[in-house]
Design a protein around this ligand. Structure first.
Ligand SMILES: Cc1cc2nc3c(=O)[nH]c(=O)nc-3n(C[C@H](O)[C@H](O)[C@H](O)COP(=O)(O)O)c2cc1C
Length: 197
């Protein structure tokens, strides 16, 4: 798979079209992850602009710039899928219940968020789980396993929300293949948080 790293400059993203929406497949990527995947990322969750949860109904964990480099130096901007895990501890104290620190499916956006016209490249992970609280300041680990689609610009917030919902369905279906599912128990994750795995 050939995915060119993004330049340091924001580019003009294509506008999402009706034919793109209608033509979206519900399963993406080969039967086994292929290079550059898997890509391993980790970092402390930062505050973004807070629009993910408020505007889009899709809270995201923003990674610090240096944590993005293993990905942004080898892949292009876009939407990706994989697994992620949030640490139970914050500032040395266990604050998150065990169930919230499992390895969970995620969708991730790497890009300039053209709909919001961001000035810096960001990587944001949406973990498909209902967390009772935010987890700013927690360590997050992620294994990125595949590419879903390019980042797009939108004429309405509803269009972006609709595509993110489709991204989540595509990610769940694409991860439900043995060669992807096995990364849930990868030693990169903190398995001590998962006595029942
Ligand atoms: C799965 C997923 C797909 C996304 N796709 C796009 C996209 O195509 N275009 C875009 O402008 N932003 C996209 N975003 C980024 C959102 O605009 C961003 O998460 C939102 O602005 C929240 O950012 P904030 O936490 O910094 O407020 C996507 C986010 C996710 C989680």
């Amino acid at each position: 798979m050939s995915l060119r790293p993004p330049s340091e400059e924001r580019h003009i993203a294509p506008m999402r079209t009706e034919s793109f929406r209608r033509g979206r497949p519900d399963l993406v990527g080969p039967e086994h992850p292929e290079p550059p995947f898997p890509i391993l990322l980790s970092g402390e969750v930062q505050r973004g602009f807070g629009r993910g949860g408020k505007d889009l109904g899709c809270p995201t964990a923003n990674l610090p710039h240096e944590s993005i480099l293993p990905m942004s130096t080898v892949t292009e901007t876009g939407v990706y899928y994989g697994y992620a895990q949030v640490s139970r501890e914050k500032d040395g104290e266990i604050v998150l219940p065990e169930g919230d620190a499992r390895v969970l499916p995620m969708v991730m956006s790497l890009g300039w968020n053209p709909f919001y016209k961001n000035k810096i490249l960001t990587a944001e992970i949406h973990i498909m789980h209902d967390f009772p609280t935010d987890f700013y300041g927690h360590e997050v680990k992620a294994i990125v396993l595949g590419y879903i689609r390019p980042e797009l610009d939108y004429t309405s917030r509803e269009g972006l929300i609709e595509d993110i919902e489709t991204d989540k369905r595509v990610a769940l279906k694409s991860l439900a293949r043995p060669a992807y599912e096995k990364f849930k128990t990868d030693s990169f994750f903190d398995i001590s948080n998962h006595p029942r795995l």
